[in-house]
Ligand binder design. Structure first.
Ligand SMILES: Nc1ncnc2c1ncn2[C@@H]1O[C@H](COP(=O)(O)OP(=O)(O)O)[C@@H](O)[C@H]1O
Ligand SMILES: C[C@@](O)(CCOP(=O)(O)O)CC(=O)O
Ligand SMILES: [Mg+2]
Length: 383
């Protein structure tokens, strides 16, 4: 039995970090995916382990099924689907991952591998399996690779159970109905918890459902943009870790609760205003340029408040200054601390100006690309 899944990365247009503390945020799916191939071998194959292949990195990890079963039985914990991983269970999983001697320069993969083991065991226990993963996303750059990893794995594992069933077909890919997507999203969130520590759930939700969403306290509202929303994405290539940045913000909240709650409230207003600007009917009195100016101002305000939270970075500042020379507005996206920066490309901007901006940013050592915004979420294909 074999299944393939793919789940997209995302950009956050406004509200990252504040969303962890209950503010509204806006996110859109992008057309860069994590792909999973999952196979449950037939008994005749005599395959006796759970094998994970990270194809982009040329790494393979494997755990004998018997060894895993013994380790979990010894501490009397069998994770069950959709439950949060307990601290004891996570400790055991972390030790099973540590045994694999991950190369020092790839140690940041450990949390992803722990999430993999947890998601797998919680659905299929200790059944032998083969899982291969590739990703079009830069990992740890603010484009939600961790969530698309968890969503594509959760969907692959659940697809070979009775829990979910296929709803529809489009271009060779199958999609799930809303209630099945909710189950996948819930399981993926448990994986994201292992990677992020305290996730808001926005990343796994946009990766599962796709399109453009407004998100607050676990609830999503799908929104429709009436303007193109073309974004230039600049990867500063400065590595960072979402879990550490999220906990840094929580520490600042602990030190300055009043000021930080005022910041979160301001961001809540910014996200709501951004949503209504994006959704304004094309027939309204305000021109597209007028609305784009408003979006740019809101992006700048959000960036300033992210700075207040301590999650910007010199490299992000360099991108902001370079794009400001061309009168373009930018803000960090995702957890910040490096990673990716968004720049709105207004409808009337000429391709010559865009080429110049890209040339300047790349001459500074950054990598620029454009992604399609607001596309499909999770998709499945039985092999
Ligand atoms: N394709 C993948 N293979 C293995 N681990 C992955 C993959 N994609 C994401 N991860 C895990 O997610 C982590 C990056 O997540 P995070 O710091 O939240 O950044 P982002 O979600 O913005 O990419 C990686 O360090 C790794 O543990
Ligand atoms: C900072 C945050 O708002 C988004 C993190 O996104 P990413 O992992 O940097 O792609 C955290 C969260 O919402 O869980
Ligand atoms: Mg992440």
């Amino acid at each position: 039995m074999e299944v393939r899944t793919r789940a997209p990365g995302k950009i956050i247009l406004s509200g990252e970090h504040a969303v962890v503390h209950g503010s509204t945020a806006i996110a859109a799916a992008i057309d860069l995916y994590t792909h999973v191939l999952f196979r449950l071998p037939a008994p005749s194959e005599n395959h006796e382990s759970i094998e994970l292949e990270l194809k982009d990195m040329g790494l393979v990890f494997s755990w004998p099924s018997r060894r895993l079963e013994e380790a979990f039985t010894a501490i009397d914990i069998i994770p069950s689907t959709l439950e949060t991983c307990s601290p004891d269970c996570l400790k055991l999983i972390a030790s099973l991952v540590e045994e694999k001697n991950i190369p020092e320069d790839k140690i940041w993969l450990s949390s992803g591998i722990c999430a993999f083991l947890y998601l797998y065991i919680s659905v299929h226990r200790f059944k032998p399996a083969m899982v291969a993963i590739t990703s079009e996303l830069p990992l740890g750059s603010g484009l939600g690779s961790s969530a698309s990893f968890c969503v594509s794995l959760a969907a692959a594992f659940l697809s070979l159970t009775e829990v979910i069933s296929i709803a529809d077909e489009k271009n060779g890919w199958l999609t799930l109905n809303k209630s099945n997507l909710e189950i996948v999203n819930k399981l993926a969130f448990e994986g994201e918890r292992i990677i992020h520590g305290k996730p808001s759930g926005i990343d796994n939700t946009i990766s599962t459902f796709g399109r453009l969403i407004m998100f607050k306290s676990g609830e999503l509202i799908q929104i429709e943009s009436t303007i193109p929303l073309r974004m230039l994405i600049t990867n500063t290539k400065v590595g960072r870790n979402t879990k550490a940045l999220v906990s840094g913000v929580s520490e600042r909240v602990f030190r300055h609760p009043g000021a930080m709650h005022a910041v979160f409230t301001a961001i809540d207003f910014i996200s709501k205003e951004l949503a209504s600007t994006i959704e304004t009917p094309a027939t309204s009195d305000i021109s597209i340029t007028g609305r784009e100016n408003k979006i740019e101002e809101l992006m700048e305000m959000n960036q300033g408040l992210l700075q207040c939270m301590g999650v910007s970075h010199d490299s992000i500042g360099t991108v902001l200054r370079a794009t400001a020379k061309y009168k373009l507005a930018s803000k960090l996206t995702g957890a910040g601390g490096g990673g990716c920066v968004l720049t709105l490309l207004p409808t009337l901007i000429s391709s010559t100006v865009v080429d110049k901006v890209v040339e300047e940013l790349e001459s500074l050592g950054f990598k620029c690309f454009k992604a399609q915004v607001g596309g499909e979420g999770l998709q499945i294909c039985y092999g």
